[in-house]
Write a protein that binds this ligand. Sequence first.
Ligand code: AKG
Ligand code: FE2
Length: 335
Amino acid sequence: MSNATKYSMKELEFESTLGGEGTETDSRQIPLIDLSDFVHRRSEITEQLWAAASDVGFFQLVNHGLDVEKVRDAFRMAEAFFALDTDIKARFPLKEGLNTGWEFRSQVRPSTGTADEKESFQVTLPHMDDLWPGQTTVPEFQRIMLNFEYQAWQIGMDILSCFADKLGFERDFFTYAHDRRSPEYQSTLRLLHYLPLPDNAQIAPGTWRAGAHTDFDCLTMVFQKEGQFGLQVCPGKDAQGRTDQEWTSVVPRDDVITCNIGDMLMRWSDDKLKSTLHRVRMPRPGEYQGPRYSMAFFCQANKDVMIQGPEKKYPEISARDYLLQRINANFAAKM
Ligand SMILES: O=C(O)CCC(=O)C(=O)O
Ligand SMILES: [Fe+2]
């Protein structure tokens, strides 16, 4: 796919202008939001989430209730999966259009036109039948990932319930829109392995672990490992209509969940909440050159849910149609 491809949606046109290096700044703060005692502190937390999501579009959660040892268990499973021989991983191939299964260097971003330096394994519950590595392949993988997916979903739904309150929807509006029991469920847990650099690697310009993009879901929750840097963000309000982006690095911590708003919630909020541009850069000479692992949970509304904001700024579109356009533009194998 070339950068000259004409994208049909305004989000994609925007993304195709963003492949450059830009500049870096450490003067911005990524808001840190404490979720402890969520039930009693709901209104205070809601205000903090809304302020962060309508300004930078990125925030980090602490005291979110997901035990850090459970996060580490999930990372151990992901690492064990990616350590399998290629021919074994190839038994779990990415399913066309379903965000499920394993891919290797196949995601081409509209912003760069080159493949991300990574492999990933995606879990989307209704389509996993033949895609779970069994007990003799990666023991405990399925149990631990199902549990982790559920816990991430619960935190995601709490966050979205705060946005529902502010938007004037019923509090559980987004929980129904992301119903895990439905065959139309399309929230995805993505395990990521960014490839280590060979010794004395010469990195071609325009090479990224993940090229600049916005996510196309409602809310993304990223789990990172201490010491494995690379994620950079460009706040929503600063990015609009500009091509000279200023990027801020996110410091990875095992006990925080780094969140960003995606395009779907931006549309659903009539653009009040800002989908935020981000990328994962390659290590530079002198920095840690090893692999980078991360896990992202994408809260994406079920396929049959219709998306329209309270002010009806955009026409209604089903979540199915909205995502199909975006997925097709992001995986080279589909073009
Ligand atoms: O690995 C990360 O830190 C971010 C991943 C990401 O942005 C994505 O998969 O959409
Ligand atoms: Fe992303």
